[in-house]
Design a protein around this ligand. Structure first.
Ligand code: IMP
Length: 506
């Protein structure tokens, strides 16, 4: 990073010892870039929740590493810096070992990487359950990484420490499998056999001719994972408290987005842990009050992966169906809509164009992300939980828009619906904060205010003084409607494509 940006960020973080950075929308807002950018100012990078459902790409020279579990600050290993995968995470040991292989291939050290002995372990039957049950009309559109079943299994499931103790491991694996066996026994045998052939399930090595799966092979694999991971395993909850007492600077990295939180999101279309700042802190081994500052990331527009309510979606149901069709890949979309234009009169096509410009395809599943305009009631809701300090990303994706709508309120169109102290009826305007209930959001029309686009490239901007006035107006509009402050602006994937907008420390 250049010296000027370094100095600006140093000044910005002057008063911050423990900082949490997380997404205020539906995920995929660019946390990885900011963890990497801010890591020079911190001693520790800790991830406290989620698992291999998340994904970020790390660029090392010409090589791109797709990481899902290893925290985004992994490249920073100077001056005793430490990366922690905290006790709130759900770890698939097969994926983690694969990520360690990738780091080794790129000649990157992971001596500074630690794994909590209390983190949950994703087991083969969690992945099978996730993939076999997320179908039909009830489909959530999960990432299929076993995250939901693993978190649901916290009482009987295994944690990382169990991998270190061979007898305990074998007994617990057999006992846990007994809980899941009835579900697998009623699954379609052909579907089960096909899934067991996939790399996510050890490419056929768990298959058995006379049982649902080969338990001995599973036990042996997990024993080997334990051996490989043992040097990384620490009591990180205890250690992070000690680091905090020593006044080390701690950077907490979120996973997914607030609206995908089990506690605060649009249930059932959520992941299975609390992705709010509070959840991030607890999963990292800190109390929420031990975190001094929060920076929430918003994207200049919205995206959502999988099913679930999305009021500002460009193209509505057509987009939802298109993006959730397993046959639609980036290539298919390019061939079908080679000339999609952001300024098209067809919203669906504007969405296709923004998806292409913003490279909005999942890092974990390669699925097209659904695209929507900026949603102020959603941000107001996110602010009420995560606070008002923001980073905005992917501003450059809107560079060609002639006109940029911002949703400022909803009009409820559904049947009578009771909320505490409030009765919703069809035709009622919902003017303030989003109520994250699927049954309400599915029946909300969106009302927009329209501003002119800036229609000039922003990718080379380094200061707001040179930014188009219409861009500044867009940011002020978001701030004033939501009562938030945008401190940092990102206009591209590179570290240098970052503008520090605040002149005061956070
Ligand atoms: P799960 O976490 O795989 O159970 O998926 C539950 C929901 O969260 C689905 O809608 C997923 O698409 C969504 N989801 C999970 N992880 C991510 C992520 O990293 N980015 C965006 N969406 C995600």
């Amino acid at each position: 990073m250049n010296e000027h940006l370094f100095e600006q960020l140093r000044h910005f973080l002057l008063m911050t010892r423990t900082l949490a950075v997380g997404c205020m929308q539906f995920g995929d807002t660019g946390k990885g870039k900011f963890i990497d950018l801010l890591m020079p100012f911190f001693d520790l990078n800790v991830r406290g929740n989620g698992g291999a459902n998340a994904g970020h790409t790390v660029k090392v020279g010409d090589r791109l590493l797709a990481l899902h579990l290893v925290p985004s600050g992994i490249l920073h290993d100077a001056d005793g810096k430490i990366n922690i995968m905290g006790s709130g995470m759900a770890i698939d040991p097969l994926t983690l070992c694969h990520e360690l292989d990738q780091l080794e291939l790129a000649s990157l050290s992971y001596d500074h990487l630690r794994l909590s002995h209390r983190a949950l372990v994703v087991l083969p039957w969690h992945i099978l359950r996730d993939r076999l049950s997320d179908t039909g009309t009830e489909k959530i559109g999960t990432t299929g990484r076993g995250i939901g079943p693993c978190y649901s299994d916290q009482r009987e499931g295994l944690d990382i420490n169990d991998l270190l103790n061979v007898d305990v491991l074998a007994n617990k694996l057999r006992a846990n499998f007994r809980h899941h066996k009835p579900f697998l026994a009623q699954a379609d045998p052909a579907a089960l056999a096909n899934l067991l052939k996939t790399p996510a399930l050890a490419s056929g090595s768990y298959q058995s001719d006379h049982d649902l799966l080969n338990m001995d092979a599973v036990i042996e694999s997990y024993r080997q994972y334990g051996q490989r991971l043992a040097p990384l395993v620490h009591n990180t909850d205890e250690e992070i408290q000690e680091f905090w007492r020593q006044s080390k600077r701690i950077l907490l990295e979120g996973a997914q987005g607030l609206l995908l939180s089990l506690k605060h999101g649009t249930r059932p279309y959520v992941t299975n842990c609390d992705t709010s700042f509070q959840g991030m802190a607890l999963g990292a081994g800190l109390l929420p009050e031990q975190v001094d500052k929060h920076l929430g990331i918003i994207k200049a527009y919205l995206t959502r992966v999988g099913r679930g309510p999305f009021p500002t979606e460009l193209g509505g149901q057509r987009s939802d169906d298109w993006c959730n069709d397993p046959d639609i890949t980036r290539k298919v979309e390019d061939e079908r809509f080679p000339k999609a234009d952001v300024n098209s009169s067809d919203n669906f096509l504007s969405g296709v164009a923004l998806r292409k410009k913003g490279k909005e395809f999942g890092t974990t599943t390669a699925r097209p992300r659904r695209i929507g305009w900026f949603d102020v009631p959603l941000l107001r809701y996110a602010r009420s939980i995560n606070g008002p300090d923001l980073i905005i990303t992917k501003v450059d994706v809107l560079d060609e828009c002639e006109n940029i709508p911002i949703c400022t309120r909803y009009c409820y169109t559904g049947a009578e619906h009771l909320l505490p102290g409030q009765k919703l009826t069809g035709g009622l305007y919902l003017n303030s904060v989003m109520e994250p209930r699927t049954e309400i959001l599915q029946h909300c029309n969106t009302i927009y205010t329209h501003g002119p686009g800036w229609q000039q490239p922003t990718v080379r901007l380094t200061t707001m003084a040179d930014a188009p006035e219409k861009l500044e107006r867009y940011l002020r509009c978001i701030e004033s409607w939501s009562n938030c402050t945008i401190h940092l602006v990102s206009v591209g994937a590179d570290r240098e494509q970052t503008i520090v907008r605040s002149s005061d420390p956070l």
